[in-house]
Ligand binder design. Structure first.
Ligand code: AMP
Length: 596
């Protein structure tokens, strides 16, 4: 007999989680749950609790639409479709609809088999894997079968999972905290677990390892080709002087290419590409696959680089947006011809059995040089080693002339810190030195109804920066300009599935939006400056008591950052830094006049 447990354990835990928004309480509920379920299935418990069946990078979706869910509810409850639809209109939530429908079920089924976690998981898995013409029928049958045996509360959560709306607010870090507490006895061990997560991007695998083998198994966790590593990220500073001071001497300044970041996993001729968000994007770039197969001289390797679109006529770099032509299912061959790309490698994390993430930058760069045979299409990022800010400045100008965004300046002694945004890599873009002409990537958390020409659509959005310390989204402005009519229609549709009837627990806002959303969509916004404001919560109290940081004259640039997760948005810390650096610029400009 394989280990299993009643599904009611999960349903009861989810009920409790739903009733709280406090992270500590959520952690406690998770700890209790983890200790109750058999260790063999803890990975499945972790995935289900985050509303999925597998780690994100596998891209598995259950794929059940509202219609199919309603039909399953109707069949399992014996109520008509009209009745079930009226419940949905009244309650506005499919999960609650299922719960209510099953409660009103007249006939009691005598031969009901209590649901188990494995049965639910395996059935959902079958649904996810169903393909082809008959898949909808099969999904309907499988789902109805589960609902037939489900208690109303269980049905509520099952339905939310299958339609992708189980939103318990359990962030990855909450799971890691809970695992550390449950299986190592202390939250102090979280960094070890975090490391395992950062090199595998698979919380279920981490859970299973720690539950079955304790801290020892976690320490033995190794990089595996095929499992994406969470990317190391860059902080930002405003001037070369600050950067040299921060790094403390010799710097490795690299061109910052404006394209799409990829993590390349090579296992013989088998090459997989992961995006910055760790989605499998292998299919977008058959040409890059071929370049890697031919020119990367290691049997197994994990490399990182930036794919850049190039102009066929001039060989010049093209803006990032041109890569969007590659995001299509059909006609890739044609897109490859029309929109050719080059790849610039900037890091190596693993090769032929050696984990390079713990080796210093300089050593990694040397290995990269040895392993990659370069030509016009496959190159290493251009680099300059220097401790002179003026040389960095000149290199920066050269980078911009060559069509790059600026520089990423790296600490040559630093290891590869998976999943971390620290001052080991520092971005320098030209715009930072003027006022706020730099763009920000902000998360849509709410909206306001439009008027006049925009009636019936959203007229403006409430957007937020990410507070990575508290794992919260804090508002920084209301943005209504820069949207074309097309944008507005598209946004309304895109945000529809994310609509919720209250402010999301991870959102901190003083402003009352007309509509709230699950923080998910990241958009690029430009603004003239950052000001202090009592109504926005980003950086609240960090510069002045009673004030947060708000954007003045914000405008949507037209760019939806679908390549960024909400957690990759501009952080509150960055906003505070930008505010401070902006002040400095203004002061510097004002000084000579003041003397005159
Ligand atoms: P950002 O996306 O603004 O946080 O900037 C960091 C990004 O710059 C990385 O995620 C890469 O996609 C990109 N990038 C371009 N060139 C480099 C480079 N030489 N080293 C590291 N990152 C680079």
């Amino acid at each position: 007999m394989t280990a299993d447990a009643p599904f009611s354990l999960l349903a009861e835990a989810y009920e409790k989680m739903e009733a709280t928004t406090k992270r500590l309480e959520l952690t406690d509920i998770l700890v209790a749950l983890f200790l109750k379920v058999p260790k063999e299935i803890i990975d499945k418990v972790v995935y289900l609790t985050q509303g999925k069946l597998y780690p994100d990078y596998l891209g598995v979706e259950i794929g059940v639409g509202e219609r199919l869910a309603l039909r399953a509810i109707s069949m399992a409850s014996g109520l008509t479709m009209q009745k079930v639809e009226s419940y949905l209109r009244e309650l506005g939530d499919l999960g609650l609809t299922a719960e209510k429908a099953l409660r009103s079920k007249k006939q009691v089924t005598f031969f009901k088999q209590p649901l188990t976690i494995k049965r639910v998981y395996d059935t959902l898995d079958k649904m996810a894997k169903a393909i082809g013409e008959k898949s909808q029928d099969l999904k309907l049958r499988l789902l109805t079968g589960l609902l037939n045996d489900a208690e109303p509360i269980e049905a509520k959560h099952i339905i939310r999972i299958v339609v992708g709306k189980l939103r318990l607010g359990i962030a990855d870090y909450t799971v890691l905290d809970a695992l550390a507490l449950a299986f190592t006895g202390s939250k102090d061990n979280r960094p070890e677990l975090e490391r395992a997560y950062n090199i595998s991007s698979d919380l279920g695998a981490v859970a299973k390892a720690v539950a079955e083998g304790g801290l020892k198994a976690i320490k033995e966790f190794k990089i595996q080709v095929g499992k994406p590593i969470r990317p190391m990220l860059a902080e930002r500073l405003t001037t070369p002087d600050e950067i040299v001071a921060k790094i403390g001497g010799l710097c490795a300044a690299e061109y910052k290419y404006d394209g799409e970041r990829v993590q390349v996993h090579k296992d013989g001729d088998d090459v997989t590409l992961f995006s910055r968000r760790l989605e499998n994007i292998t299919n977008h770039y058959p040409d890059v696959i071929e370049l890697v197969q031919k020119n990367v001289k290691a049997k197994t390797a994990i490399l990182e680089g930036e794919i850049v679109a190039v102009d066929i006529d001039t060989g010049d770099f093209l803006p990032f947006q041109e890569l969007m032509h590659r995001r299509r299912k059909y006609g890739i061959e044609k897109a490859m011809e029309q929109y050719p790309v080059s790849i610039f490698f900037f890091d190596i994390l693993y090769a032929d059995g050696v984990d390079y993430t713990t080796r210093p930058y300089q050593e990694r760069r040397k290995i990269l040089n040895e392993i990659v045979v370069t030509n016009e299409r496959i190159q290493l990022s251009k680099v300059l080693f220097t401790s002179d800010p003026r040389e960095i400045e000149a290199f920066m100008e050269q980078a911009i002339q060559d069509g790059c965004e600026g520089l990423v300046v790296k600490d040559p002694r630093s290891i590869y810190r998976a999943g971390a945004r620290e001052f080991l890599w520092i971005k320098l873009k030209r715009e930072y030195r003027s006022e706020l002409t730099d763009t920000l990537d902000l998360v849509i958390v709410g909206a306001f109804h439009g008027r006049g020409r925009r009636a019936g659509k959203y007229g403006a959005y409430l957007v937020a920066a990410y507070d990575d310390e508290a794992d919260m989204f804090r508002t920084t402005c209301k943005v209504g300009t820069g949207f074309t009519d097309e944008d507005l229609a598209k946004f309304t549709e895109m945000l529809q599935p994310l609509k919720i009837d209250h402010k999301h627990p991870r959102v901190d806002s003083k402003m009352e939006a007309d509509v709230w959303f699950v923080p998910e969509v990241v958009i690029e916004v430009i603004a003239s400056e950052i000001t202090l404001s009592p109504i926005h919560t980003a950086g609240f109290g960090s510069v002045k008591p009673g004030s947060g940081l708000a954007l003045r004259f914000p405008k949507f640039t037209g760019r939806i950052r679908s390549d960024k997760r909400p957690e990759d948005a501009t952080t509150v810390r960055e906003l505070i830094e930008m505010y401070k650096s902006q002040l400095k610029v203004i002061k510097e400009e004002a000084a000579p006049e003041a003397q005159a």
